[in-house]
Design a protein around this ligand. Structure first.
Ligand code: ZN
Length: 87
């Protein structure tokens, strides 16, 4: 088992560094989403999955909609879901 000293710390990388890694790996993520599928506002980065408020294939949503609409909708759906009792 390795100690903490042996492990490289995880450091965030810039968008440019990330793009460079993808290019060298020959990976294409396609063109980045431009507008939020829910509010039409700007989407930063790759955006968020809008399900269940819109189809995954419909597009991406912005961080504001993700935090204020999508996550609450998922929590509501989770509360409505049948409870799974332990065996
Ligand atoms: Zn939005």
């Amino acid at each position: 088992m390795s100690s903490d000293r042996d492990e490289e710390p995880i450091r965030p990388i810039s968008q440019e560094q990330f793009d460079d890694v993808l290019e060298r790996a020959g990976v294409s993520l396609g063109s980045p989403p431009k507008a939020c599928i829910l509010c039409g506002g700007p989407v930063t980065g790759i955006g968020h999955n809008p399900e269940p408020l819109a189809s995954y294939d419909a597009g991406r949503c912005c961080s504001v909609c993700n935090d204020t609409k999508v996550i609450p909708a998922r929590i509501r759906a989770m509360r409505r879901a049948p409870r799974i009792e332990p065996q």
